[in-house]
Design a protein around this ligand. Structure first.
Ligand code: SAM
Length: 207
């Protein structure tokens, strides 16, 4: 079974996984979020946003923002609690669903953080296509991930790549592999935003 099928059937493992996401978000992602300009964003959709720590941190820092947190049914109950604890529940709709079926409409920024890395190209493309169907022409997509350079991959990256291959059937993607996938899904003008940390961004638009 896939990792997420296993987590769906094992609530203890599911909670541990969510906690792992929260802890690594603190260490890897929250510092990186400071480098993205959210000032013009009004409605964020966090696709596969897990139990919501990252969404909550963004909402706390940007009071103009409303958000939709979207994840699996087994995850969103924890997300409601997280939003309340972080004092942002009134600005966040927590919705459950399957991003292989559809993604909620209504956002002007679609964030996909550490999601595509779990899936092979066919599945990852399906998620990107569903984001595109949900997006209006003026909305933006923001992929946040480990993004390998096109040349000169480190040993550490290769080792993490093998782990991902075992878990999700795909190694880490290079910048140009992301661009190819984005083009197939109908996105344009991809732009890499490098950070000093492990996680970088690619922003892309529809027109
Ligand atoms: C590696 S975690 C990343 C979580 C978060 N975005 C972050 O960066 O901390 C991937 C997320 O995708 C969610 N997910 C997996 N399959 C899904 C599906 N079919 N529909 C919606 N969400 C899904 C998982 O529950 C998990 O929260």
């Amino acid at each position: 079974m896939s990792m997420y099928e296993y987590l769906t059937q094992n609530s203890e493992a599911n909670s541990s996984f969510n906690l792992w996401m929260k802890e690594t978000t603190k260490e890897w992602i929250v510092p990186v979020l400071k480098t993205y300009d959210f000032s013009k964003v009004r409605n964020l959709v966090d696709v596969g946003g897990c139990s919501g720590f990252q969404t909550a941190m963004i909402l706390q820092k940007h009071p103009q923002l409303q958000a939709i947190l979207f994840d699996r049914e087994e995850v969103v109950s924890e997300a409601n609690q997280e939003m309340s604890e972080e004092g942002v529940a009134s600005r966040c709709q927590v919705r459950c669903g399957d991003f292989f079926d559809s993604v909620p409409p209504g956002g002007d920024l679609y964030l996909i953080s550490r999601v595509l890395l779990n899936w092979d190209d066919e599945r990852a493309l399906q998620i990107l296509n569903n984001c595109r169907y949900a997006m209006t022409n003026s909305a933006k997509l923001l992929i946040m991930n480990f993004i390998l350079p096109n040349k000169g991959v480190s040993r550490g990256h290769l080792l993490s790549s093998i782990n991902l291959l075992v878990l999700g059937g795909k190694t880490m993607r290079t910048e140009s592999e992301y661009y190819q996938m984005l083009e197939k899904a109908g996105f344009q003008s991809p732009k890499l935003i490098k950070t000093k940390g492990m996680i970088d961004y690619i922003e892309a638009v529809l027109v």
